[in-house]
Design a protein around this ligand. Sequence first.
Ligand code: FES
Ligand code: FES
Length: 158
Amino acid sequence: MNEVRFMVNGQPVEVTVSARLSLADLLRDRLGLTGTHLGCEHGVCGACSVLVDGRSVRACLMLAVQAEGRMITTVEGLHRDGRWRDLQQAMAERHALQCGFCTPGFLVCAAELLGQPGPLDETGVREALSGNVCRCTGYASIVQAVLDTARGRSSTPP
Ligand code: FES
Ligand code: FES
């Protein structure tokens, strides 16, 4: 067993884990952060995406012990951080989800994308979100929601 200390959504966490436990299982089963969804569990669908030190990572492919000293943000952390209300609002207005299973992964990866400097276009959004699978929406509404958010931010003075 291994002691691991890291931050999740701004809160310090200290847990003892087996060397084989995935970060996704730790977040969901031990920390109750069930917004991190598990679909394929082998790095294909993107539903389990979380931010690790600001970069999106598939939590099903990362071991919990690798979280030592890191800053993890899950979809629940985005919800608590008011900066992402515009993205959530745009997703709702564009009807960018149906069953919602993929939505946490899309929100996390879109948050990473929107946090980067420079203008966004449809091609860039589609490319950035190409690692996230949705079986319901056809993607167009998700892409438009991200573009709406980017447009809203560029027209809002800092
Ligand atoms: Fe991790 Fe699908 S559950 S990529
Ligand atoms: Fe159902 Fe994306 S909304 S999988």
